[in-house]
Design a protein around this ligand. Structure first.
Ligand SMILES: Cc1ncc(COP(=O)(O)O)c(C=O)c1O
Length: 390
């Protein structure tokens, strides 16, 4: 009880310090979730997706707002987690290196010079945001795209240059390149792009990086690359191997189903690792997470199975949308964006009232919904609610 009171006091103080929004957690988050979601859905830049995730209500029938993978983690990862508990009084000194080695071996890079691990890719995105905003530099991104890095960069004095997507909702690489100038700090490429789930042609992206990385650093966020048929064929890690000024970010949070376990990494040049190490390091990774990641990494059968289940839920979602007379943006990831026929705040309120969590966006002046792919029962819960209000 006294813990609860202390916690409340802490939440209250933190909330006052943070303008009442950013650091709410636990019980208070559930009370506060509705206005926060509304604020986000109105497209204000105040809250990043990361903040949203911290504050979204947990007790939903269908949690389709966070691009998580409900089919993970794999049984092997869970077993490794359990087995690591006994030894977790020890600091994970060596094991973090073992994991970096395993990843480096697979990718054909050096574990010491090219791989930097962290508790999810977010700390690495944040490190890049801090460094590349120094001196009021410009950060170029697609619009809309994943906004955690540029939002943080703006807080560190960067100017955020937003480049609209193409007519088919893809990153407009030509327009992004045209914005590069001597004051550009970073170009952020999210591929597949969140929230549109579109991909850019990999040959075109490779050529883009070859040119642009001579002028500035290119950050390629490949959080959703495992949802593509052949990730190894389309990753930009080859650009790192070719010595280019590029950072490739990966996470275990998506197809591996590790969002709550927290494990991510970047593959980049040694000098960039040296620089970003000032802002982030791998010591945030817990021993159980490392053990689970060691067991799960490139576990082909599990990954294929999770992908198959995702595809089945996605096909069902497509059929529901079609039946209700809605169009959608064909998706290359575990979420789908589609244009709404009503005000997005009203849509969002009505869905949450029915226990279905989704996100909405304003895109080209129109209201859109982004729905994450969940288990079939979650997709059915979405379908039930959607039919009532669409
Ligand atoms: C494009 C993109 N990058 C990075 C992240 C953050 O992932 P992590 O859980 O590894 O911090 C997300 C989370 O949704 C994302 O969508």
């Amino acid at each position: 009880m006294s813990n609860e009171i202390n916690r409340r006091n802490w939440i209250k103080t933190s909330a006052m310090m943070a303008g009442g929004l950013a650091f709410l957690g636990g019980t208070a988050s559930q009370l506060a979730a509705a206005p926060i979601i509304k604020k986000l859905n109105q497209g204000e830049d105040v809250l990043t997706e990361e903040m949203f995730l911290r504050d979204a209500p947990i007790e939903l029938k269908a949690r389709l707002n966070a691009n998580e993978n409900p089919f993970g983690p794999s049984p092997a990862a869970k077993k490794a987690l359990m087995e690591s508990i006994d030894g977790s009084f020890r600091y994970p000194m060596k094991s973090i290196g073992d994991l970096a080695e395993k990843i480096a071996k697979y990718e054909g890079v050096s574990p010491y010079n090219n791989v930097m691990m962290a508790a999810g890719s977010t700390p690495l995105l944040m490190a890049a945001a801090m460094h590349y905003s120094e001196g009021g530099k410009e950060i170029i991104t697609g619009d809309p795209s994943y906004d955690d890095l540029p939002t943080r960069a703006v807080k560190f004095g960067a100017k955020w240059v937003k480049v609209p997507l193409t007519a088919d909702y893809k990153l407009d690489l030509d327009a992004m390149e045209a914005k590069v100038n001597s004051n550009t700090g970073l170009v952020y490429i999210c591929n597949p792009n969140n929230p549109t789930a579109t991909v850019v042609d990999s040959a075109k992206l490779k050529a883009f990086i070859e040119r642009v990385s001579k002028k500035t650093t290119v950050f390629v966020d490949e959080a959703y690359i495992n949802y593509l048929p052949d990730p190894d064929a389309v990753t930009m890690i080859g650009c790192v191997k070719a010595g280019q000024n590029v950072i490739v970010a990966r996470t275990f949070s998506k197809l591996y189903g590790f969002a709550g376990l927290r494990c991510g990494y970047i593959i980049t040049q040694p000098e960039i690792i040296g620089t970003l190490s000032k802002y982030a390091d791998g010591f945030g990774l817990s021993a159980p997470t490392i053990a689970a990641a060691m067991a799960a990494y490139q576990e082909k059968d599990f990954l294929q199975d999770a992908l198959k289940k995702t595809m089945a839920s996605k096909a069902y979602l497509y059929s529901v949308l079609k039946k209700e007379g809605y169009e959608y943006i064909p998706s290359s990831a575990n979420f789908v964006m589609f244009p709404l026929k009503m005000d997005r705040n009203k849509f969002s309120d009505e869905m949450y009232k029915r226990g279905v969590g989704i996100r909405t966006w304003k895109l080209n002046g129109k209201d859109y919904c982004r729905i994450s792919i969940g288990r079939m029962d979650e997709m059915e819960a979405f379908a039930d609610a959607f039919k009532q209000i669409s």
